[in-house]
Ligand binder design. Structure first.
Ligand SMILES: NC(=O)C1=CN([C@@H]2O[C@H](COP(=O)(O)OP(=O)(O)OC[C@H]3O[C@@H](n4cnc5c(N)ncnc54)[C@H](O)[C@@H]3O)[C@@H](O)[C@H]2O)C=CC1
Ligand SMILES: C[N+](C)(C)CC(=O)CC(=O)[O-]
Length: 495
């Protein structure tokens, strides 16, 4: 047992869930060591990583850190030796989990965090017979782990509180939402819920009331969309009208006595039931490969979460917090006064091209070039102090003129950078030149003329002195730079 490598995760069991954890850690810059006795483990992980690399960078408007190093180990002790985080994702069998956790604790650092992905076992069950019970807890994730924010953090009374706090902070830094389950129960919170819905659905199919497809339509055309943004209780609160939950309960409370559920009973799990469900599922979706379904799933999840991000709501608010963490300590989160040297064009955007920015031509749509340049302008404004706080006081910039040159195509997943040069910045006037690159290639340039305005009169106005001072400092520093190629160019002009 050596020193702890804080940003090294050991993934024990690299199946559906272990693979998702591996991708989540790796794409957030952690080194990842995988132990799985299956000789196909490496081959199984490859498509999961490919899916994650395609989808996860699309979620945020700031690029993720560089990927960590991935290694596969045939010896569990070697994989966990100095790991700071150990995530057990072996099959849902208590005897296998006990054996695995014992082997982990025999070789891992005493202050490493050990989590189990178990869907249903209580942490106190996992801790039975453990060398250091306080080190073990449950981190129950949701599939696909690289995209879904929720992870149920379930300690037992024996779990060390210091580990809980450290674990929650780490999960947040990975862009996840750690939900602290205060009282351990079988199947935690979310799987209680999923199990109830699952059992009800089995009854509906078994009794011939609905097919698997009809049940899925009932979810995805209706309450599934509502739940994704507001959950259960807030949804029902809004359904109660102005009187909210009290009216809702007065109206639907009596249904508790009516035969509205079959949850007091479970259908017999027979071969016949399995055939009925699996046959209907084949008829419903057998025309798609699982890989096609996973791609559709990821695209839909990314699109939904990005919509929620725009509203800073629910899972989208978690993304915004993650993004603020990615900006912190970099030029993308700095104020002008924090930057000693502003003499070169300033990095204002560093992001991956998200999946939903590409169009029928298979490359980034023209409108997204303006979006990226608009984001660069917003970032420049924040840099000189024209941020949300300043705008709330009634001052801002409006764009009066824009000229974009589309110089090269770019595809989803590519990391693009925008650097911004101030061509003029004095009084009310702000003249910016943005250059977008993906490393060596210049992809586009954007030239923008803005005026500072009063949001009250909607007319041009002088910026606050501190904004002007920050702007003039950068403008003076950029005055000595060559005029960028393409600046002031008219549309259609020959090169
Ligand atoms: N599949 C799901 O939707 C979810 C599963 N979970 C939980 O995650 C855990 C893993 O489930 P899945 O990934 O779905 O299973 P899986 O069957 O896809 O993967 C299990 C992996 O563990 C490996 N394995 C078997 N014995 C091992 C051992 N002694 N040491 C190391 N690796 C071993 C297998 O080779 C396999 O790759 C379970 O506890 C499950 O309840 C949690 C959330 C969702
Ligand atoms: C079905 N399941 C119990 C394995 C589901 C989970 O544990 C969470 C999920 O991702 O649905």
């Amino acid at each position: 047992m050596g020193d702890v490598a804080v940003r090294t995760a050991a993934i024990i069991g690299g199946g559906v869930i272990g693979g998702g954890w591996a991708a989540r850690f790796l794409l957030n810059g952690w080194d990842v060591r995988v132990f799985d006795p299956d000789p196909e483990a490496e081959a199984k992980l490859a498509p999961v990583l490919a899916q994650a690399r395609r989808a996860l960078p699309s979620l945020t408007d700031v690029a993720l850190p560089d990927e960590g190093a991935l290694s596969f180990h045939s010896d569990l002790a070697e994989a966990v030796a100095d790991a700071g985080w150990i995530q057990e994702s072996v099959p849902e069998r208590l005897d296998i989990k006990h054996r695995t956790l014992a082997a982990v604790q025999a070789a891992c650092p005493k202050d490493a965090i050990i989590g189990s992905s178990t869907s249903g076992f209580k942490p106190s069950e996992l801790q039975e017979g453990a060398a250091r019970p306080g080190q073990i807890m449950v981190f129950h994730p949701f599939n696909p782990v690289y995209l879904m924010p929720l992870v149920e953090v379930v300690p037992s009374p024996a779990t060390d509180p210091a580990i809980i706090a450290r674990a929650k902070a780490t999960l947040s830094a990975l862009g996840m939402f750690p939900l602290h389950v205060r009282k351990e129960i079988d199947a935690h919170i979310a799987d209680r819920f999923l199990e109830a819905v699952w059992r009800e659905a089995l009854w509906l199919v078994k009794d011939g009331v609905a097919t698997t497809e009809e049940i899925d339509e009932a979810i995805r055309m209706g309450f599934g969309i509502r739940w994704a943004q507001m959950g259960l209780f807030d949804t029902y609160r809004t359904a109660g009208g102005e009187a909210g939950m009290r009216h809702f309960m007065a109206q639907f409370g009596p249904a508790l006595q009516w035969p509205w559920t079959k949850l007091m009973d479970v259908p017999a799990f027979t071969d016949e039931l399995v055939e009925l469900i699996a046959g209907q599922s084949d008829a419903q979706s057998g025309h798609m490969s699982i890989a096609q379904m996973l791609t559709a799933r990821d695209d839909n999840l990314v699109g939904m979460m990005r919509s929620l991000k725009a509203n800073d709501w629910g899972a989208g608010a978690v993304l915004n917090t993650h993004e603020a963490g990615l900006r912190a300590g970099t030029v993308l989160g700095a104020r002008a006064e924090d930057l000693e040297d502003v003499s070169a064009p300033i990095l204002t955007v560093r992001r991956a091209v998200p999946l939903d920015w590409t169009d029928y031509n298979g490359h980034m749509n023209e409108a997204r070039y303006l979006q990226a340049f608009g984001d660069a302008t917003d970032r420049f404004m924040a840099l000189i102090g024209c941020d949300a706080g300043y705008i709330a006081t009634g001052g801002s910039y409006f764009t009066a003129e824009t000229h974009i040159r589309h110089l090269d195509e770019v595809h989803a997943g590519t990391v693009i950078e925008v650097r911004t040069q101030v061509l003029a910045g004095a009084g009310k006037k702000l003249h910016l030149f943005h250059e977008m690159r993906d490393g060596a290639r210049v992809l586009a340039t954007g030239e923008h003329f803005l005026l500072h305005v009063s949001l009250e009169t909607r007319r041009p106005s002088e910026p606050a002195p501190e904004i002007l001072a920050a702007l003039e400092r950068i403008a003076a520093a950029h005055a000595g730079l060559p005029v960028p190629e393409g600046a002031g160019r008219a549309v259609g002009q020959r090169p």
